[in-house]
Ligand binder design. Sequence first.
Ligand code: GUN
Ligand code: ZN
Length: 426
Amino acid sequence: MSRTLLRGRVLSFHAAPQGADDSAFTYLEDGALLIEDGRIVKRGSHTELKGLAELEIDHRPHLLMAGFIDAHVHFPQVQVIASWGEQLLDWLENYTFPAEMGFADPVHAAEMARIYYDLLCAHGTTTAASYCSVHAASAEAYFAEAARRNMCMIGGKVMMDRGAPEGLRDTPQSGYDDSRALIENWHGKGRAHYAITPRFAITSTPEQLEAAGALAAEYPDCYVQTHVDENLNEIALAAELYPGAHDYMGIYEKFGLLGPRSLMGHCIHMTAREIRVLAETGAKPVFCPTSNLFLGSGLYDDAGLRRQGVHGAIATDVGGGTSYSMLQTMNEGYKVLQLQRQQRHPFEMFHWITRGNAVALGLEDRIGTLEPDTDADVVVLDARATLEMRLRAETVETLAEELFLLMILGDDRAVVQTYVAGEAMK
Ligand code: GUN
Ligand code: ZN
C-alpha cells in the first residue's frame, strides 16, 4: 500500500474555540500528515514522521487544513450566479427556473457536474450539501461525478410540485418514487449521503411535504434540506399557502421534516417560537452570507440563535450566493455579523467552515479535522497568494492575523492544492 506524507504548517480544530482561545486546535509549525488508503493514519511533527512514506510532498510554508465544507449550494445554478437585480421570488422565476430546466438532459447534467466539482475543488471545498434540479438525471450526474472523485457529498433531487413552470414540476408520487430510487441507488454508497430535498413550502403542496416526511421517516439517516425564512415576501406567501400553520417553520414541523439531520437554509426572519423549534428538534439553520446580501434578504442573527443553544452551519448558496469560496463566504459573513456587532474571531470562523460544519452534519468523525483515522480531505492555503496579500502578510505576526488575512482577502487563488481522500484534485 502506498503512503504519502504531506509536509507543511498543520492546523486542525478539535473543539469549538471561544474567541482568541488557542486551546481548541492543534498547530504544528513543521508538521506532517501520513496518508494511506484515503485516510490520515498519523499526524505529527515532520521529524517524527519523515521516512514513513514512499512519497513526500513539501507544502512549506503553506498551511494544511481540513478541506472546507459548504453546507448549502445549488448544483444547477452554475450558470445563474451573478444574475442581476432581483429579490428571491423574481430571481427564481426569471433566472433560476429557466437554468434548472436544462438539467433534464443527462448529457448537460454530466458536463455541468464535472465543472461543478472542478470549481468546488479549486476553491478548497471537499464536501458540499447540494440541491440538484427536480430531474432525477441531475442527481444521478451529481452522485456519479462525486463517486468518480471519491468525494464525500450530500445531495438530493429537488421535490417541487407547484409554483414552477411545466418541465420543472414533479408530483407527490413521482417526487417520492424518484427520491426513493435515488436513495436506494446512492445513499451510503462510497462517501455519498442523500438529502431529501423539498425545495421550500412555496413549491410543494401539503401532499408533497407529506410524502417528503414519509421518506424522512423511512430513511432516518438521510438528511433533509430546504429553505425557510429567507425573504419577507416569501414568508407572506408561505403563510397564504399554509393558512393553518403556526409560522413558516411550523409547516415543516407539521410534516415531520425537522430533526438533527435537517439543514434549514437561511433562517433570517425568525419568530421566538421558530427558534425554540430549532432548539428542540436539533434542526440546523444554515447561514448563507453572500446570498443574503446579494438577494437583499436580510441579516442572519447568529448571536441570537447561539443564545438559544442553536449552532448553525455556514454556506455559499451559489447561485444566490456570489462565490464558491468559503474564504469569501467568511469575509461576507464577518461583515453581516459586524453590522450587528457580532463579529467573530478568525479561529471561530475557520472552525465554522471545517469542523463546525462537520458537527452540524454529524460527520465530524470523518471530515472537518485532520485527526488521525479521519478521511484525508485537505486544503493547502497560501496567505501570500496575491500582491495585496503579500503586502499585508509582511506585517502579520500571529496565526490569528494570518487567518484573518486569508478570510478577508483570500479566494481560490489562495488554494494551492486540494486533496480528496488523499488524491490531489488540482
Ligand atoms: N428558496 C427556494 N429556492 C431557492 C434557491 O434556489 N435559492 C435561494 N437562495 N433560495 C431559495
Ligand atoms: Zn438555497
